[in-house]
Each structure stands twice: as C-alpha cells, then as structure tokens.
Design a binder for this molecule. Structure first.
Ligand code: RET
Length: 251
C-alpha cells in the first residue's frame, strides 16, 4: 500500500490523463497527414499512428488500473487488484520495435539496407524489454541488477546500430534532412535514457510515495516525447524529403 497525499494522487491522475490524450491526438494527426507526404514515406506515418494508438490503449488501461487500485488516496501496489505496471512493458514490447521500424521507414533506404537494419533492431529491442521485466517486478536488488545488466546489452547494441551503422546512410540524405535526423537521434537518446534511469531508482534507495510519483511522471513524459514528439519529427522529415523530391507544398 502507498499512502499518497491528495496532491501526489491528483498529479499522477492528471499525468495519466495528459499521456492518454497526447497519444490519441497524435494518432489522429499522423493519420490525417498521410496525403501530405509522398507515398513511399506513408508507411513511416502509419507506424507512428500505430505506436501512439497502442500507447493510447495502454494509457487508458493504466489510468483505469490506477483508479481501481485506489481507495481514497491509498494505492494498492501488491496483491489482487493492485496497480498494474505490467501494462508499460506490454506497451514497450510492441511500440519500441515499431518505433525503430519507423525510423528506418522514413529513411526510405534501398530494400537490402532497410531489412538488414530491421532484422537487427527489432529482435534487439524486444530482447531489451523482455529482459528488463523480471528485474522491474522483483523486489530483490541482486535480481534487479542481473536483469538490468542483461537488458543493457541489447540497449547498447541498438545505440551502436543507430549511431554508427545508420550514420553511414546520412551522407546520402538531402540537405537539411541529415540535420533533422541528427536531432531525431538526440531526442531518441535523451528520452530512451530516462527509462533505465527510472529503473535504477529503487536500487539507489529512492523509494516511497515521492519516488512513485516521479517515476510515473518520468515514464509518461518520456513516452510522450519518445512517441508523439518523435512521431511529429518523423512527419517533418517525411515532408522535407517529399518536398526535396518534388512534391509541392499544397498537395
Ligand atoms: C529497461 C531495463 C533496465 C535496462 C534498460 C532498460 C531500457 C528501456 C528502454 C525503454 C524504451 C522505451 C520506449 C518506449 C516508448 O516509446 C527495460 C528499463 C536499458 C530503453 C522508447
């Protein structure tokens, strides 16, 4: 049981509401913007809509789970009917591989180069999330460290592929696009870094109700940046590339 203050409880409630509507609004925006980019970039936008739609569903479940596990400002964190953090991992298991496919899709590389990147990034990202979960739900420090380290291996591999391998294709992108892709990677590393840091909180002795609130705020803000702002940046890249390839602005 966590005995939150009224302010803590209301803050978490509002943060979940913010996460939910951000995901839904972003889904609508990327869906209706399809025709504003060339057909070869539309798959990247469809992937972004899927990511935010899946996340919207999970925020809705997380939001309900928070309300249902609360008795006044007391939140049940163990036992039947307790607050379910598992939704976040189910969400990431689906959305993180999709986000990486989205990055590759917007580059519109030759087929062989795309599939080589995807066959390395997708399994690595699924492994990263699956390996993190046993540590997340364990109360034992040793177990948390073990799974945390195992999960960090595919995490580092993904960063290597994105920064070293994918960097090679940037030279072939039109002017301006390479800079935006550079910013996209910075956004990615800044937001993805929040997740392992939040995972470390309990290991650093940061526990209790404030830690619970900051974790929920941290994960939600990171999710909005990593999915919505990221998706909008993908859209911007798709539009710039479409314009560079002759699509006129009013089409
Ligand atoms: C875990 C476990 C501890 C070690 C590492 C982790 C990394 C998690 C990441 C999650 C990214 C999620 C995104 C979600 C939404 O779009 C699993 C916390 C390295 C990087 C981008």
């Amino acid at each position: 049981m966590l005995e939150l203050t009224a302010n803590q409880w209301n803050t978490i409630y509002n943060v979940f509401s913010f996460g939910l509507i951000s995901m839904l609004a972003c889904t609508v925006y990327t869906l209706v913007s399809q025709s504003r980019v060339l057909p070869k970039y539309r798959n990247a936008l469809v992937l972004s809509s899927m990511v935010t739609f899946i996340a919207g569903y999970h925020y809705w479940r997380i939001f309900n789970s928070f309300s249902e596990s609360s008795d006044g400002y007391m939140v049940a964190t163990t036992g039947a009917g307790s607050f379910n953090e598992g939704y976040r991992y189910v969400d990431w298991l689906l959305t993180v591989p999709l986000l990486l496919v989205e990055v590759v899709a917007v580059l519109a590389l030759a087929k062989a180069a795309s599939s080589s990147l995807i066959t390395r990034l997708v399994p690595a990202s699924a492994a990263m999330i699956a390996l993190g979960y046993p540590g997340e739900i364990s109360a034992d420090d040793g177990t948390k460290i073990l799974w945390g380290v195992l999960s960090t291996i595919p995490f580092l591999y993904i960063l290597y592929v994105l920064f070293v391998e994918l960097g090679k294709s940037l030279d072939r992108q039109p002017a301006g696009v390479a800079a935006t892709i550079g910013r996209l990677r910075l956004l990615l590393i800044a937001t993805w870094g929040v997740y392992p840091i939040s995972y470390l909180f309990p290991l650093l002795g940061i526990t209790g109700t404030d830690a619970f609130m900051y974790r929920q705020i941290g994960y939600t803000v990171a999710d909005v940046l990593a999915k919505c702002v990221f998706g909008l940046t993908i859209y911007k890249i798709a539009k710039m590339k479409s314009a560079a390839e002759g699509m006129s602005e009013d089409k």
